[in-house]
Design a protein around this ligand. Structure first.
Ligand SMILES: [Ca+2]
Length: 448
């Protein structure tokens, strides 16, 4: 099954999750969902698993397979109090398994001072294990989030859905939450960022992974006053990997209708991030390394005053962004290649802003396929941004641009048109298919 169809399945799954939530609201607020809702959730989980299984069988699919069955000593819970209790008593390396059901979460679920903890649903039950908040609120007045993590290394969260949280689905404090893995988690409809790693400046949360997850909103309608929504937002983080996710419908507006920040943002002193094989669809802005285009912030002590240093953005598909698809701002040394970026209402499919003196570490932007161009702004030029072999594509180079399928058709001049890259840097495409296919790599996110 092609990625576009996985996308359709994923979006359909999200819609069904909504229906389940409604059904549960009419039923008893028991932690165990009613039978009808469970039946619907079963269907969703199966559709999701089928979609994954029918993909290309490549590395991305293996990476996105469900975790195996729970371990023998796993702690199984089916209510919110039991979940809180299990977390508070969890010894190092514990595994907590949530049974299918809707878990009505009031205040945040804290994970504090826990090492090696796994919190998960059973294999393939991602859509059937739903942590539901009290509703997204502009400005999140009570700071209610789904999971709130601090001082907890090597935590895994997998195979569940977090929805309707006042503030964030998951929030990570910059206090040594190292090696976090968020895997196969659906995060929908929060008041601010769905996934947020906050900065502490004097302590950090590094080497996190957010993968194989669905992040965003069920509709493109922006609540009044919402100026601060993002999908995945990392502050002052080292070596985070954001991969194989679907990010959708992330928008926020200022009174003038302007945009606030990227749907995937790594900034405020983040470095060596890898953002790959994500599909960003119907969001206002796409992927962003750096930010605050005209000024640095106190958080950038580890990156010499730059908002972001190093990093790779590759094999991503950004569809129908209203503003940029990829932006590099007040940053240096990133490599942005083999992305397909469709921004029909904005000419700079990829853009840079105010890198300044990068001291011999310019960005490199090449082999991207776009509706528009690579735009250099705020005084940027060849000394701080190298732009090589990016192609502007007409819609008829793609299978179905209007429908969101950006695989290449035979006549596409992107085929075999890429400049060669080191195989260690480019070895697959958005589907996980090995590169190169044919005589050379194809420009953009997909190899034909
Ligand atoms: Ca090729």
């Amino acid at each position: 099954m092609e990625r576009a169809l996985i996308l359709v399945a994923a979006l359909a799954g999200c819609a069904n999750t909504d229906a389940n939530t409604d059904a549960n609201a009419n039923a008893d607020a028991d932690a165990n969902a009613n039978a009808d809702a469970n039946a619907n959730a079963d269907a969703n989980a199966n559709a999701d698993a089928d979609a994954d299984a029918e993909a290309d069988g490549g590395a991305a699919v293996a990476r996105c397979a469900p975790l195996g069955p729970p371990s023998t000593g796993a702690i199984v819970v089916s209510t919110v109090p039991a979940l809180r209790d299990a977390i508070s008593k969890a010894p190092e390396g514990a595994e907590i398994v949530l049974e299918d059901g809707v878990y009505d979460v009031g205040s945040s679920i804290a994970v504090s001072g826990k090492k090696g903890l796994t919190i998960r649903g059973r294999p393939g039950r991602r859509d059937a294990v739903v942590l539901r908040g009290t509703g997204a609120r502009v400005g999140c007045p009570d700071n209610r989030v789904g999971f709130f993590l601090d001082a907890s290394p090597n935590v895994t969260i997998s195979e569940l859905t977090i929805t309707d949280m006042q503030c964030h689905a998951i929030q990570v404090q910059g206090t040594g939450v190292t090696n976090l893995r968020v895997h196969r988690v659906t995060m929908l409809d929060a008041g601010q960022q769905l996934f947020k790693a906050s900065a502490k400046i004097t302590a950090y949360s590094d080497d996190g992974i957010v993968e194989c997850s669905t992040v965003g909103y069920t509709t493109t309608v922006v609540p009044a006053g919402n100026t601060y929504s993002q999908g995945i937002d990392i502050h002052s983080g080292a070596r985070w990997k954001i991969r194989d996710n679907i990010v959708k419908n992330v928008r926020s507006t200022l009174p003038g209708g302007e945009v606030v920040a990227g749907s995937i943002s790594l900034w405020n002193g983040s470095f060596d991030s890898i953002v790959e094989r994500n599909v960003v669809i119907d969001c206002w802005q796409g992927i962003q390394l750096g930010g605050n285009s005209t000024a640095s912030s106190p958080d950038t002590v580890r990156t010499g005053g730059f908002q972001h240093t190093g990093g790779i953005v590759r094999n991503n598909l950004i569809v129908r962004a209203r503003d940029f698809g990829v932006q590099l701002a007040r940053s240096k040394g990133a490599r942005v290649f083999h992305n397909t970026v469709w921004t029909p209402g904005y000419s700079n499919s990829i853009e840079t802003r105010a890198q300044g003196d990068v001291k011999g570490a310019p960005h490199w932007i090449g082999n991207n396929l776009m509706s528009g161009v690579v735009g250099l702004r705020d005084g940027d030029g060849p000394a701080n941004v190298v732009v090589v072999n990016d192609l502007t594509a007409p819609a008829d180079w793609f299978v179905d641009a209007a429908g969101g399928d950006f695989h290449l058709v035979t006549k596409a001049k992107a085929i075999d048109a890429a400049l060669p890259l080191d195989a260690a840097e480019l070895f697959d495409d958005l589907d996980g298919k090995a590169r190169p296919g044919g005589n050379a790599n194809d420009v953009g996110a997909y190899e034909r």
